[in-house]
Each structure stands twice: as C-alpha cells, then as structure tokens.
Write a protein that binds this ligand. Sequence first.
Ligand code: FDM
Ligand code: MG
Length: 214
Amino acid sequence: MPRGALIVLEGLDRSGKSTQVSRLVSRLNAAGHRARLQKFPDRTTPIGGMIDAYLRSASELDDRAVHLLFSANRWECHAAIERDLAQGVTVVVDRYAFSGIAFSAAKGLDFTYCLSPDTGLPLPDATLYLTLSPETASRRGAYGAERYENVDTQTAVRAQFAKVAEEVGRRHGDARWVEVSAEGSVEEVERDIWGVVEDVVRRVGDEPVGRLWE
Ligand code: FDM
Ligand code: MG
C-alpha cells in the first residue's frame, strides 16, 4: 500500500494557516486520499495543557523548559503520525518543529540548541511556508491576546524562519521547503497550496519516511 504524505504548513500569525490546513484536508479527502489534521501545539494532552497555560500567560516557564515541552508534545504524537503514514493516511500538520525553532530562537536561544530535541522526528515530505508582508498582516486586524502575538515578536520570528528555511535546504534539499504567498484571497492561496501538495502526495507513495535533521 502506498504510504501517506507528511505535509506541514508553517507561517506567521494571520497568514491564514488554520483556514488553509482545514481546506487542504477536506480537499485531499474529496480527491479520494485519506487525510487528517494534526495541530502543534496539540493542547489536548497533559503536556499540551502546560503549553496552553504558558501561551495564555496563566503560567511562567523557563525558556528552555518550554522549548523542550513543545518538542515533547511532538514526540508524544510521532508514533500515531508514523502509524497513519504507514497505513496510507496523509497527515497535514499545522506548525511543526520549524515553529519550535523560530519562536525559541527569536527569544535568543541558540539556533543549534533549538534544533536538537526534534532530531529524528518524521521528516515532512513538504513544508509550505505561508509568507505575508508586515503591511498585509497589520491590515488583517489586531493580534490576539496570547504570548507572541505582537509586532516585535512576529518580526523576530520572521527573521528566524528565514534561517530555518536555509537549514532545511542545506540538510534535506530545497524541494522540501516551499514558499507560498499568502497575500491573495483564500481561494488563490488554496489553489497554490493544492498545486504543490497534489504532486507530493502522488510522488512519495513508495519512498521511506525521512528523519528530521539526520
Ligand atoms: N509555538 C508553536 C512555539 O513557540 N513553539 C512550537 O514548537 C510551536 C509548535 O505557539 F505563537 C508557538 C507559535 C504560536 C503559539 O500556536 C501557539 P497556535 O498555532 O497559535 O496555536
Ligand atoms: Mg495563535
């Protein structure tokens, strides 16, 4: 049986990521692929609950401690992801280790340190990075009230995502990181994403799943 594809969407706040991941899952299922959504952080687990409290500023945590919690939250889900891929289910992921690096490195943690706890996780077959100019982001309305939802943080995170893109290209090849402009309408962005994903899903069926940063 051909395996499923691991597709990640990354992007800054207000890039429309959540809308696009749910449209992508629906479209894959409508096209006859089995697909499911996985969101990180997954706030439904005990570790996810600690992350959720931190993001809502209901608790304070050391920067390294919270970095490791985000990674642990991915590790507690990796077996289910790999099982689904093996059974032919495509897993669409809303944020992954790349957000983990970008947000923690933006706080000043060492970039190489930030990479290391996610080493060995299933490697996405493609990561689609939704890009958005600061002007368009500000036109889309006010930020929410969670930690990191402010202009200064988003600017620092954007710069770190550029480094993450370089690192993915260097370690895993440029084809694994695809920039998609999120400036257009929901339908335009959906069409561009579909153009990439359709090919990936068809191509990876008999390739083994790679390992992140290995
Ligand atoms: N975030 C997300 C991190 O700081 N590290 C991570 O590993 C991940 C997956 O959590 F500000 C940040 C990014 C964002 C916040 O994400 C919550 P959602 O997508 O808004 O729930
Ligand atoms: Mg958010």
